[in-house]
Write a protein that binds this ligand. Structure first.
Ligand SMILES: [Fe+2]
Length: 285
């Protein structure tokens, strides 16, 4: 079993690096940590970076998870190859571009590019966003799935994820005590479906709602409150149609033995307890 310790970063291709930097810096509230030729690295918490925009095709996306050691990385590569996944062993140059010691890359059964990394760099410097968005860190991703049951089995049987809840057939999966770190939403294509940053309070969610709306950033869901994780949330659209989420107050599952996964309806009431309706196609049944 591949033990995912944490989600680590996302990498997003963009034909307009300057536009992506403006959004990530001025609107989303991240901090530019580093630039290399054709790539910009953003910081959102104690980690050196949690988002990298690079010059490329917007469909070129990857999400990374930490594993504990090179030994576990080798074991992960072997078990993925046994399951017929083509595994790319990251070169030292590629690892250095990701600011990790070593990594492998493969596609999940839908075709989402996944990287497993060892020893991602932590920053010696505190994150401070250019605007006061209240961000406390990069927290989870939604992934598109062309077969929710198949991909749920991949993440829970090949990897160590557990189902916290389902909205319709969409599983919200945890890899530690946080309610979910990966969520799978049905789609006809591969790709990152949304990228979540936690913010400190519900006030931050509401403040960003007004801030982004005044600047004509498309708000696609919320403000609202998830009935699953109890987090207050706001979803909005960034460059190349990528959906970003702020949320605050995600629940934690402290006792694995007592917790039972729950089934919520695949309609707006399964997503939001305040009556907000999503303008996100993967959230509509
Ligand atoms: Fe989310």
């Amino acid at each position: 079993m591949i033990k995912l310790e944490d989600v680590c970063y996302v990498r997003l291709g963009t034909p307009d690096l300057e536009g992506a930097e403006f959004f990530a810096n001025d609107y989303l509230g991240l901090e530019v940590e580093d630039r290399t030729k054709g790539a910009i690295y953003f910081k959102s918490d104690e980690r050196l970076h949690t988002l990298c925009y690079f010059e490329g095709d917007p469909s070129d996306q990857a999400v990374a998870f930490v594993v504990a050691s090179d030994t576990e990385l080798d074991q992960a590569a072997a078990s993925l190859e046994r399951l017929q996944h083509r595994v790319h062993i990251g070169t030292p140059e590629e690892a250095s571009l990701r600011k990790v010691k070593s990594f492998i890359a493969f596609d999940d059964p839908t075709g989402n590019r996944i990287e497993l990394v060892v020893r991602p760099e932590t920053s010696g410097r505190r994150y401070h966003g250019t605007r006061d968005a209240g961000i406390t860190g990069f927290s989870h991703v939604g992934l598109c799935t062309t077969d929710p049951a198949r991909d749920e089995a991949f993440w829970t049987e090949v990897c160590n994820a557990r189902v916290s809840d389902r909205i319709g057939d969409a599983p919200l999966l945890r890899i530690d005590e946080v309610h979910h770190t990966i969520a799978l939403f049905a789609s006809n294509k591969a790709g990152i479906q949304h990228i979540n940053h936690q913010v400190a309070t519900a006030d931050d969610v509401q403040r960003s709602f007004n801030f982004l709306r005044e600047r004509n950033v498309p708000i696609v869901f919320g403000p609202g409150r998830h009935v699953t994780s109890t987090a207050k949330f706001l979803y909005f659209e960034g460059p190349n149609g990528m959906v970003f989420e702020y949320s605050s107050g995600v629940s934690e599952i402290a006792d694995e033995l007592l917790y039972r996964e729950r089934q919520f309806p695949a309609d707006p009431t399964g997503f939001c307890g305040w009556g907000a309706k999503p303008d996100i196609k993967e959230f509509r049944s």
